[in-house]
Design a protein around this ligand. Structure first.
Ligand code: MN
Ligand code: MN
Length: 356
């Protein structure tokens, strides 16, 4: 009986995914329809896997809600923080008191709600997974290359260097470099996190492979992995006390990540970025508090905002995201995130079911 159901589901999903209807880039209505079709399918699949799967111990709808909130939270943190990127905390305080609204501007002269490279690179990874219906580093690098050629509003130096090396030499793994400890690999990990949920080994593989296209550095790797594991835990509903214990393990292994006492550095160096995110995430009592604290620290505020946004989104869920922020966001970006999140989880859960 189960075998019969497997093959029916497999055929149905392949027909849908192989058809041209899944053109996520074009933002076609078909992709949304597909999301709606797959959601019940995914729920059915979840029910079949009752005894073994984490998806059955937790409410599937709750995980989807947390995943959406993580992706949207990332985009919101990016759009919010970009206005104050490269200002110092005291410059922000002088100009705004406490900065708490999505207003655009900043050094990139953004429209209110416009996202930057942080969100765009994460979308490149998500689209590569869905276009190929599997994990492919080549496809991700290819999307990064197309994105760089499209003259994005911003791109970090290490990311640019890595993508150029791919365009010129087809290089998929940047040479190890002790200076490449920027936050550019950590800021875009969310699709790798969602597509590996809840498998810790797959998480490692995906998170590190996407990172090494541009950042091949042990400190960046450690940050990406720890952040990825925290996201897996938060998406499955772990309490902050449990997340905190996990962070303590990272800090005992790599003391540089210790954020207590917090020294207020919020640069693009991944150690500063992670310290800032941990400090504000663990002391904040709501999605809004976590994000406002983080971006008011200034520095690489769009990226600390994006990372704190994905973590706080996964932890607090959609209901905690302020409407005044959500309303300011680029409607197209939010629509694509909604579709992508559903498909990443649906396809992931479906693949596991087929193999089981
Ligand atoms: Mn950015
Ligand atoms: Mn940035």
């Amino acid at each position: 009986m189960l075998v019969f159901n497997h093959s029916i589901l497999e055929k149905a999903l392949n027909a849908l995914l192989l058809g041209k209807c899944c053109d996520i880039n074009a933002g076609s209505q078909f992709a949304e329809i597909l999301g709606v079709l797959i959601c019940p399918l995914w729920l059915c699949v979840g029910m079949f896997r009752e005894r073994t799967s984490m998806f059955n111990q937790h409410n599937l709808e709750e995980i989807l809600d947390r995943a959406r909130a993580a992706f949207i939270g990332m985009a919101i943190g990016d759009a919010l923080g970009a206005s104050v990127e490269f200002l110092t905390a005291s410059e922000i305080a002088e100009k705004y008191g406490t900065f708490r609204n999505i207003v655009g501007g900043g050094w990139l002269r953004l429209k209110p709600g416009q996202v930057t490279d942080d969100t765009e690179m994460a979308l490149c990874i998500a689209r590569a997974i869905l276009q190929n219906q599997t994990w492919s580093v080549e496809a991700i690098a290819e999307n990064f290359a197309a994105w760089l050629k499209s003259r994005p509003v911003d791109c970090g130096d290490t990311c640019r260097k890595g993508i150029r090396a791919y365009i010129i030499n087809r290089q998929l793994v940047a040479p190890p470099n002790e200076w490449d400890a920027g936050n550019g690999a950590a800021m875009r990990i969310l699709p790798a996190v969602l597509f590996s949920l809840p498998d810790g080994e797959l998480l490692k593989k995906y998170v590190i492979e996407q990172a090494h296209i541009t950042h091949n550095n042990p400190v960046s790797d450690a940050a990406c992995l720890c952040l990825g594991q925290l996201l897996h835990m938060a998406l499955c509903g772990a309490e902050k006390s449990r997340l905190l214990r996990h962070v303590d393990i990272l800090v005992s292994r790599i003391p540089a990540f210790n954020y207590v006492p917090y020294h207020g550095l919020a640069s693009g160096y991944v150690v500063d970025t992670i310290q800032t995110v941990f400090h504000w995430f663990f002391r904040g009592r709501s999605f809004e508090e976590c994000l406002v604290g983080t971006v008011n620290q200034g520095g690489d505020a769009d990226t600390t905002g994006a990372i704190c946004g994905m973590l706080a989104g996964a932890y607090y869920g959609m209901a905690a995201i302020p409407q005044r922020w959500l309303k300011k966001m680029d409607v197209k970006v939010i629509a694509e995130i909604d579709t992508i999140t559903k498909l990443l989880l649906a396809y992931r859960s479906f693949c596991k079911f087929i193999k089981a």
